[in-house]
Design a protein around this ligand. Structure first.
Ligand code: BGC
Length: 765
């Protein structure tokens, strides 16, 4: 403590030299520099390397940090931060060891995977993206930050902004889907929500955009697999959301596991220095993903010492779990493979993050157990979670307006996901108490009260394969396997269903069938669930399929045969209530798909903003020899990007452009009248797409360039207006120059990426 006081006093004296700095930011950056310069002068190489080290939380038990292995390392100044350790008490214990028992008293930074909420869990990120509501997403991140910071956390490993066009890849659940424009807006909303406008407050946390970069392009959708793509595709289609997060002022970046151009991201200097820092001007720190450095050994890049030096040389500042930097960099320095100046840069960036968070002023600023008691899992947060979850639900089909259901008579709720509260939060919800989430059965009962009767049967297990079942009933999310035969389970369900007025079938994936290392080669409903559905249909009762999923599924048979399908993702703590709100119509669904639903896996990758090819198939055309198509399936998706129905109907008028001929930096407006021609009030996500007809490089058939979520009362008409400027026409050309090219453009507006009204404009330079 004594050395810290001396350090602070000397820093205060030096701060006086900066009183003439006019600009507040410049001044505080100046103060930060002086402070860190002074601190680093006192640090040994080992202590500097300690700041680069981010071990897991180890086996810390409250009150025992000091005696644990991790406690020993903290005392020795060999730890920069810890992650995924939960509760104020544990965090305070660990922080105490750092600031009271280590030589330089440097506070630790505490990270966690706060991905879609903290204890109040919001829908999985793919679901959040389906809301197309940036204010809502920002609010969910704000609430997550309030709860996490109240529990001692000051750094989250979120947002995950990897573009994901392959639904076989389980981590599509954590992403915003397939589109770079939507993904960029969402990235910014997350950063604003977590970091607010002032990181020194005790209820904001530092965000970490991940996984940099291209992780979502893993070959064959198999997790951690190789990626390989042109710079063209990278810059135009995959990098924008990471850049948007950087532009929004994100404090940290996490590298991805995959390789890029043959060099793993963790050791890729082009990526982590030339692009991220030199081109984009990122000023925060870079952390690896879990053992990302060590994994470069298996990538075939050399031994631990070699890959650790490679990582530092590339621009890594902090090493998650693997301790390669801690244990080998001194040797590499002595051998001239890296320099002390490089270690200094990385150490400084980690210290700067702690400074920006205000941890040097008050290392315990997030350790207020009173806050933890009153700010976590509050009624207000639960209300927000319920409202948000309802906004993420996508109505895929609603034949004869089967939905919304009246609250009366007998409702049969059937399916293995109906009475399973632990699975409702979905993947990556590490801080949640799953037993406190609301199952669909509970949600239905709460909403209908005594106005209707709800009868329940499981009908089938989620999967009928014990090995697979063991893989998916992990992390405290049981599948509640019933040992009875499928026939017995189906018979029981059919008996209940036959006596009911309507059947709600709660089917789909278990939460852990998506997420990390949960790739699937077959993304249809498990056969046993399809058997149950067929048996339910055979009763002749109307069937509503409530589909739980962390990814787009292939549903051709279901779409053909089931009258109503509600895609509910994993809605978080309040999932059961939110689904009930939509089923009974107190909320009219307005979610739109952030990723294409294919007809079958053979179509993957399938995404709306593809190129035209030299042999395109004309729209609506059947198979044609020597055209780009399949013998056995059409090119169309089952449900296109941006698709989603409502209980009401929206009718689009003609698209009107304010001009059809433009020059230079002029702007135009594209307007369309939108009428709610149905019986219910509701919201529609109106989407703007543009096609650049001729370019110096080939251009996609359309690209999302804007959207507005518009609320209309039944019978109401509004004119929706988009302003378009040359900024919206820009792309990275062959030389990776970001500019627009004169020519003809098709402007399109519609309620999804397929059904659009269009008009053409000529735009000269
Ligand atoms: C994941 C990251 C996560 C990290 C820390 C890794 O396995 O890829 O997304 O932030 O673990 O839990």
């Amino acid at each position: 403590m004594k050395s810290k006081l001396i350090l602070l006093t000397s820093v205060l004296i030096m701060n006086c030299m900066f009183v003439f700095a006019q600009d507040k930011v410049v001044q505080s950056n100046g103060e930060m520099k002086v402070f860190i310069d002074a601190l680093m002068k006192k640090m040994t190489i080992d202590e500097k390397l300690g700041q680069l080290n981010l071990p897991g939380s180890g086996d810390i038990v409250t009150g025992q940090t000091s005696n644990s292995d991790i406690g020993k390392k903290i005392k020795e100044g060999k730890v920069g931060g810890l992650f995924n350790i939960k509760t104020v008490d544990k965090i305070r214990d660990a922080q105490k060891v750092a600031v009271e028992e280590s030589r330089l008293n440097i506070p630790l930074i505490f990270g966690m995977d706060v991905i879609h909420g903290y204890q109040t869990v919001f829908p999985i990120p793919l679901g959040l993206a389906a809301s197309w509501d940036m204010a809502l997403i920002e609010k969910s991140a704000r609430i997550a930050a309030v709860e996490a910071s109240a529990d001692g956390i000051c750094w989250t490993f979120s947002p995950m902004v990897d573009i994901a066009r392959d639904p076989r890849w389980g981590r599509i659940a954590e992403s915003a889907g397939e589109d770079a424009y939507l993904g960029s807006q969402i990235a910014k909303a997350f950063v604003r929500g977590y970091q607010g406008d002032d990181l020194t407050k005790n209820n904001t946390i530092m965000a970490c955009v991940k996984h940099f970069a291209l992780y979502g392009a893993a070959e064959a959708g198999r997790d951690y697999n190789t990626t390989d793509m042109s710079r063209q595709r990278m810059y135009n289609e995959y990098l924008p959301p990471y850049k948007a997060a950087v532009d929004a002022g994100i404090g940290s970046v996490m590298c991805s596991f995959n390789e890029i151009d043959g060099i793993p991201a963790t050791g890729n200097k082009w990526l982590l220095t030339e692009l991220l820092r030199d081109e984009w001007g990122f000023g925060g720190f870079v952390v690896t993903d879990y053992t990302g450095i060590n994994e470069m050994i298996d990538h075939g890049m050399g031994d631990l010492q070699t890959v650790s030096a490679l990582a530092l040389n590339a621009g890594v500042d902090m090493d998650m779990v693997g301790e390669g930097l801690l244990t080998t960099l001194k040797k590499s320095m002595d051998e001239g493979k890296i320099t002390e100046a490089q270690i200094d840069i990385a150490c400084r960036r980690v210290l700067e993050a702690k400074y920006k968070l205000g941890l040097f002023d008050d290392p315990y600023k997030y350790c207020d157990s009173k806050r933890a008691k009153i700010e976590i899992f509050t009624p207000e947060h639960l209300k927000a979670a319920r409202e948000t979850a309802a906004q993420t639900i996508v109505l895929l089909k609603n034949e004869n307006q089967l939905l919304p259901l009246p609250i009366k008579g007998k409702i049969a709720l059937i399916g293995p996901l109906a009475d399973n509260k632990e699975n409702m939060p979905g993947t990556w919800s590490v801080a949640a108490d799953f037993t406190r989430s609301v199952s669909l059965l509970q949600g239905l009962k709460d909403v209908v009260g005594d106005r209707a009767e709800v009868a329940y049967a499981m009908g089938t297990n989620i999967v009928n394969d014990s090995a697979l079942d063991a893989r998916i009933s992990v992390f405290g999310k049981p599948t509640y396997t019933d040992k009875r035969s499928l026939k017995e389970l189906i018979d029981e369900a059919v008996e209940i269903a036959s006596k009911s007025d309507v059947i709600v079938a709660a089917l789909g994936e278990a939460a852990e069938m998506s997420g990390e290392c949960s790739s699937r080669s077959d993304i249809s409903l498990p056969v046993n669930q399809q058997d149950l559905l067929k048996a339910l249909l055979a009763t002749g009762k109307p069937v509503v399929l409530v589909l739980f999923a962390g990814r787009p599924l292939t549903l051709p048979w279901e779409n053909e045969n089931i009258p109503a399908i509600l895609n509910v993702w994993f809605g978080g703590t309040e999932a059961g209530h939110a689904i009930a709100d939509v089923l009974f119509g107190s909320v009219n669904p307005s979610g739109k798909l952030p990723a294409t639903f294919p007809q079958n896996v053979g179509q993957i990758p399938i995404f709306y903003n593809h190129k035209n090819t030299g042999r395109p198939l004309a729209e609506g055309q059947g198979f044609q020899k020597f055209r780009s198509n399949y013998l056995d399936v059409t090119n169309e998706p089952l449900f296109p990007f941006g698709y989603g129905l409502s209980y009401t109907q929206f009718t689009y008028g003609e698209l009107i452009l304010s001009k059809s001929q433009l020059k230079g930096n002029q702007t135009i407006t594209a307007s369309i009248s939108l009428t709610n021609t149905g019986k219910y009030d509701g919201a529609e996500v109106v989407q703007l797409y543009i096609r650049d007809l001729i370019g110096s490089v080939t251009r996609p058939v359309k690209e999302l360039k804007g959207f507005q979520k518009v609320f209309l009362k039944a019978g109401e008409t509004k004119t929706v207006i988009f302003t378009i400027s040359p900024e919206d026409l820009k792309f990275y050309n062959y030389d990776l120059k970001y500019d627009w090219e004169a020519g003809d453009f098709v402007i399109m507006i519609g309620g999804n990426s397929r059904d659009v009204k269009s008009a053409q404009v000529n735009w000269l330079k």
